[in-house]
Design a protein around this ligand. Structure first.
Ligand code: SF4
Length: 500
């Protein structure tokens, strides 16, 4: 039987069934998406880079397949006082096997336990991750001076040339917090070890806490199509009231259960399988000025800054797509995609300004484009005054929909991936190689990588162009769907169900 480890521990703290599934039924997990793989690659890259901060450190991972060899090599490094730091040291205690990113020799036989993270924020589960390593090492009698997280420093600004690694990384000593967790986590650890000692899965009902879990599809396969999970911003209290009464389906929620105005609309739309159209929608759409520009940006966020003046994970815009709708119904398309590993922002902005000219409503979906344009005021100061002008022309279509429209096909989500197929049947992202912004960003990094072959670059470039174009085409179609809805053309009868 495999040993318990830190991934299982952190997963088990979140959900006992997730732990059990990871141990016995990993086959039930949804296939790992490409973005998850790229995130892992970034983690590996950051881990490797951080090692330069520990000169003459010795790595154990070359023999990682053989557990006993890992333990022996670790013991040899610990015994050798000329080794100042050990990378990927392995330890086994209480049936738990852990690898430590960096174990740094401190003074008087003590050690610093360092977990390297590729992110910039300290997340709660990092503490649990550290704690189980601390538990194992101290259980083996290793004295820990400090236990903490080495992460990228969000305030580091790259100035060109070689990176200043001392400033790029930031160590946060979490020793006190980690030690303070022991009384609460020891019993939990024992309980989680019992969970995997059983060959029967624990009974856990899926809930709002399941978002993002790799076993979501498997655990929720028997839930109704309109499961209450899809009711936006449902409180824990309301969730408990509904599930406690055996109510799983939005359509079954009784009238006397108090819901927010939006939740109440969703309940009625679900029951009657009709759209909700607020009278204000028509007036709002009438404020749009032609030409209407349907705009979308793509950005990438290099963990280690690539361009002078940028910080870790700073968004760097590299692509835009724009569908331009004329009053006579004509729709044209324009785009920009930077091709090389140079700062794309000046060309991005110059071409964008040239496209959107001086008049017309600029429609985007969500806050992303607005936030990026605001950042570009400072990132590209020579275009600041022009950018401020286009900033004033921005209109967020997602906010308009959230305020004035609902379609039962949204299933409680206003993401464009939910809104599009509901409003424009037959149109989705399913036929594209790139289907989300995170993947677009990783693919762009591959495209500008000098080691990528020309043929591969061309394929990625075409995929990026198709993906971004689909986003703005979707915006134009959704806008058109809203107009049809207010005119009562998209269904036999665009019946208002706003309480009348
Ligand atoms: S989907 Fe929910 S219940 Fe199922 S394993 Fe994941 S967290 Fe647990």
């Amino acid at each position: 039987m495999p040993y318990f480890n830190k991934s299982l521990f952190v997963a088990g703290l979140k959900c006992r069934l997730k732990l059990w599934n990871l141990f016995y039924r990993p086959d039930l997990a949804s296939p790992e998406n490409l973005s998850a793989r790229y995130r892992m690659d970034i983690g590996i890259e950051i881990g490797q880079l951080s090692r330069a901060l520990f000169p003459r450190g010795q790595a154990v991972e070359a023999i990682s397949e053989d557990l006993q060899a890992v333990l022996d090599r670790t013991a040899a490094c610990i015994a050798d006082s000329s080794v100042p730091a050990i990378f990927e040291a392995g330890f086994l205690f209480d049936q738990i096997f852990v690898r430590v990113d960096v174990l740094e020799r401190s003074v008087q036989g003590r050690w610093n336990l360092i977990e390297v993270k590729s992110g910039i924020e300290i997340k709660e589960h990092y503490l649990f991750d550290l704690w189980i390593q601390y538990y194992v090492l101290t259980g083996l009698g290793i004295r820990i001076e400090k236990a903490g997280i080495l992460r990228l420093n969000k305030d580091y600004t790259y100035r060109g040339g070689r990176h200043d690694l001392v400033r790029l990384f930031d160590f946060r000593d979490l020793s006190l917090k980690v030690k303070a967790l022991t009384p609460a986590l020891v019993p939990k650890l024992k309980h989680l070890q019992d969970v995997i000692a059983s060959d029967q899965p624990p009974e856990v009902e899926p809930s709002k806490l399941c978002a993002g879990c790799e076993f979501f599809d498997s655990c929720t396969r028997n839930k109704p199509l309109n499961w209450i999970y899809y009711l936006p911003r449902i409180s824990e209290k309301k969730w408990n009231i509904l599930t406690g009464s055996g109510i799983d389906d939005i359509a079954e929620i009784p009238e006397n259960v108090e819901l927010s105005p939006l939740q109440a609309i969703i309940r009625r739309c679900t029951i009657y399988n009709k759209q909700f159209i607020d009278p204000e929608l028509e007036k709002t759409l009438e404020t749009f000025r032609f030409p209407v520009y349907f705009l979308d940006f793509e950005s990438f966020c290099p963990a280690v800054p690539r361009y002078s003046g940028t910080r870790p994970y700073q968004h760097i815009v590299f692509q835009w797509s724009c569908h331009i709708g004329r009053k006579d119904g004509n729709l044209q398309h324009a785009h920009f995609l930077h091709n090389e590993d140079t700062d794309p922002r000046p060309d991005f902005v110059a071409s964008l300004l040239d496209c959107v000219r001086d008049e017309g409503t600029i429609v985007h979906y969500g806050t992303f484009e607005r936030t990026r344009i605001r950042s570009l005021f400072e990132e590209t100061p020579r275009f600041a005054s022009e950018l401020r002008k286009i900033f004033r022309r921005l209109t967020d279509l997602s906010r308009i929909i959230q305020k004035y429209y609902y379609h039962p096909g949204f299933k409680g989500s206003y993401s464009i991936k939910s809104v599009l197929p509901a409003m424009v049947p037959g149109m989705s992202y399913d036929d594209l190689e790139i289907q989300d912004g995170e993947n677009a960003s990783f693919q762009y990094m591959r495209m500008i990588d000098t080691s990528t072959k020309d043929r591969e670059k061309e394929i990625i470039r075409n995929s990026l162009l198709k993906y971004c174009r689909r986003d703005t085409q979707a915006l134009a179609e959704i806008y058109s769907g809203l107009k049809k809805a207010v005119l009562g053309l998209c269904l036999k009868e665009a019946e208002r169900i706003d309480g009348n």
